[in-house]
Design a protein around this ligand. Structure first.
Ligand code: SIN
Ligand code: CO
Length: 393
């Protein structure tokens, strides 16, 4: 839980409420030295190694010296390919590094005032000197945090459907970007960039950049889920009814009152109890990677308590998504990776909310909850499935 009305140094002293009111989706925010320690978490070699794994989603953008300008290569990569890279003007980007590194996933807690279903992943880029991915805009909100090295960030204006892109590349690189902001950033500096705002970051030297990226579901997907669930709940065979039909003189005339009645009956279909949460909670909890299966470990309640007493902490699986419905701070139903995860009546809704709202829960945080056997048995079962992990701190 984060208090929403206290000044947050990493937002330049704004409270969460002020940031959301004045900046979120509206204007950029730049804060020097917001996350002083983040650069130590991941180095260039770590990222190059991760991009050799088939399970990691990675790409290289080569501005110069490739087969053509702005060449896009998809990973995984190997050391031979790295050796052949030029000295400058290229970037390696690796998605979802937070899935591999709980210490990095912990940083999401800094943004816990934004619903976690809006989170996408933490992408990290390594750029050789002068490396960049071009002038561009993204559809989503992103907090760009500088790791090691320095990058010159320039911001432009908000773009619309008239934006002009460079020809001969599939990458949507803007031809032009009038500059409205220009700073060289150092390790720990944070730049929040709202959706559709043009930006351009050029590495000044060997440079790593962390992107805390958010996502927004497409409304057509939301609608599809609502409609599918409404039809499941009522049966797809529901038909239009007009028991009070009035005679009309012209048979081919489409009476606006009939259209209204059709609309009313569709709305009644959609206006069933819990339709929104039944349709959307599973959808919004779907994992980033569809085929993702967590790996669990068997642990007894006794082992769990003694591990916690020895300093272990409980973390959510960083690659899974968690959503609950009920009250804020008290779950009535829990969804993980698209599935409803049931819990018995003796398991406390406040315990479930504590587990999924937070990262790194200690013996102290959990002690009173684990005194309830139903709670600790449930947690052990979820550790066995891999939704929660026991980390020695
Ligand atoms: C980068 O890290 O090079 C690009 C990040 C972004 O512009 O969103
Ligand atoms: Co971008």
């Amino acid at each position: 839980m984060t208090e929403t009305n206290i000044p947050l140094p990493y937002l330049g002293g704004l409270t969460a409420e002020e940031f959301l009111r004045d900046y979120w989706q509206k204007k950029p925010l730049f804060v020097r030295n917001a996350f002083p320690d983040i650069a130590y978490l991941v180095g260039k070699e770590d990222l190059l190694d991760l991009a050799q794994e088939a399970s990691a989603e990675s790409r290289i953008i080569l501005e110069k010296d490739g087969k053509k300008p702005w060449e896009l290569r998809k990973g995984p990569f190997n050391s031979k390919q790295y050796k052949q890279m030029p000295k400058s003007h290229w970037t390696l980007l690796v998605q979802a590094v937070d899935h591999y590194l709980p210490e990095l996933a912990d940083y999401w807690q800094k943004f816990s005032f934004i619903p976690s279903w809006r989170r996408d992943d933490v992408m990290i880029s390594y750029a050789a000197p002068n490396g960049s991915v071009g002038k561009h805009f993204d559809q989503y909100d992103v907090f760009l945090v500088q790791g090691t090295g320095q990058r010159r960030w320039q911001l432009g204006e908000f773009c619309d459907a008239d934006a002009q892109f460079l020809p001969n590349t599939k990458l949507r690189i803007l031809e032009d970007m009038p500059v409205t902001f220009d700073e060289v950033v150092n390790a720990g500096d944070l730049l929040y960039v709202p959706p559709k705002l043009a930006h351009y970051g050029v590495a000044q030297n060997d440079c790593l950049t962390f992107s805390f990226g958010f996502r927004a579901p497409s409304l057509s997907h939301v609608l599809e889920h609502i409609v599918d669930t409404a039809l499941e709940q009522t049966g797809a065979e529901a038909l239009y009814q007009d028991i009070d039909l009035q005679a009309q003189t012209h048979g081919a005339w489409l009476n606006p009152q009939h259209l209204e009645k059709l609309q009313q009956q569709v709305l009644t279909l959609l206006n069933q109890p819990n339709i929104l949460s039944n349709a959307l909670a599973p959808f919004l909890s779907e994992a980033k990677y569809e085929d993702y299966e967590p790996v669990g470990e068997q642990v007894s309640s006794e082992d769990l308590v003694s591990a916690l007493n020895d300093g272990a902490v409980i973390c959510r699986d960083p690659a899974s998504r968690f959503v609950y419905v009920g009250e804020q701070g008290k779950a009535q139903a829990l969804f993980i990776n698209g599935d409803e995860i049931c819990f018995g009546e003796d398991v406390d809704g406040t315990f479930i909310a504590l587990l999924v709202d937070n990262t790194r829960l200690t013996a102290n945080d959990l002690q009173s909850h684990l005194a309830n056997n139903a709670n600790s048995d449930w947690l052990c079962a979820q550790i066995a499935t891999g939704y929660f992990i026991v980390l020695m701190d």
